[in-house]
Write a protein that binds this ligand. Sequence first.
Ligand code: FAD
Length: 405
Amino acid sequence: MKKPNIVILGAGYGGMMTAVNLQKSLGVNEAHVTLVNKHSYHYQTTWLHENAAGTLHHDRTRIKINEVLNSGKVNFVQDTVVSIHPEEKKVKMANGDIEYDYLVIGLGFEAETFGISGLKEHAFTISSINSARLIRQHIEYNFAKYNNEREKNQERLNIVVGGAGFTGIEFVGELANRVPELCKEYDIPREQVRIINVEAAPTALPGFDPALVEYAMNSLEAKGVEFKIGAMIKEVTPNSLVFEKDEQREEIPTNTVVWAAGVRGNSIVEASGFETMRGRVKVREDMRTNEYDDVFIVGDSALIINEETDRPYPPTAQIAIQQAENVAHNLKTLVRGGKDLEGFTPKIQGTVASLGHDDAIGVVGSKKLFGWSASVMKKVIDNRYLLKLGGFGLLMKKGKFNIFH
Ligand code: FAD
């Protein structure tokens, strides 16, 4: 009998963990498994804010795919997906086509800019190793340039972060640690540098417990972060950001705007004709699309509804990893001729947001965590993923063990 071709698109949390789970559960003679990704490495998206701020080198965040996957069991193809053709069971890549019997789409997220003028053109986003490295270098270049100009240019030292959700807060937390180091390195007085967080909602960290939000804002303000809450960004230019708050317009001179206020599913999925909401495909309980029995979606490309709130679950790594286990299990069932696929329900174990290297807030189970203990919990979560992905060896190589930093 012909071995089925399983093709996985994207080596993020969803795609990578699907491949690792299949590698463990399927025999070599049961299926051909191929993983397609545009880079030779997998990266931990949840660490990118540290790379972007310059508090952690990006080589700690990325992991060579061939170091984790057994090439005898999973074939890795480094290529860029261009379009998906489910009627023909085919995927077009930059360097050729690939056919499948079963497809797993895990192409992740991209920034949603809501049509704000100039945002797409002039703001940075924290979305990949390349984009994080660019932000770090851009900030450092501006600090270096500052003392090389006759006219002191404040635009170089105002860093504006759009969005005080999870990513925005974690990023300003890292900046608050990094900026004093940069000031020392480039001979700039700390009080000259502004880190400004602009959020349209009436609170930072919408959806978090108010006591945790208060702790986070107080802690970050004490480290010099300024908050503009209830402030709508109206326009970004190469050297300014305009926002409106209480019907007043304000302009901040800056050439560093980092947009962390909205994500959508990868636009390739929508452009390939799948029915999407903000780029995410609403899936059946067993993680297959409504239209195709042979196409599964994992991670941020998938839209699943929380029955309790009747709203979509937010896109998170935690859910992507759990979905990957479910998808791999269902693929194993199909490959072995079974029909009873398992439904997926997320088991939310908790959420922890870092506020720099030694501070954090979060909820684990029903317990609220603040400060150092939350920060240790964050590292435990990060390390647990490494263990799941590549075992003890990978954990020792890439893990976070310094609980005081
Ligand atoms: P991704 O991790 O985005 O991976 C997609 C993969 O597809 C990438 O490897 C990419 O290179 C590849 N790819 C994309 N396009 C193509 C193409 N055309 N061809 C080939 N390959 C392609 N979630 C949490 O649960 N906890 C957290 O603490 C947390 N912190 C976060 C902090 C930051 C700074 C950010 C940005 C996000 C955070 N998230 C967190 C959200 C989490 O990172 C995402 O939900 C998660 O990364 C989604 O996983 P994914 O597998 O869908 O996609």
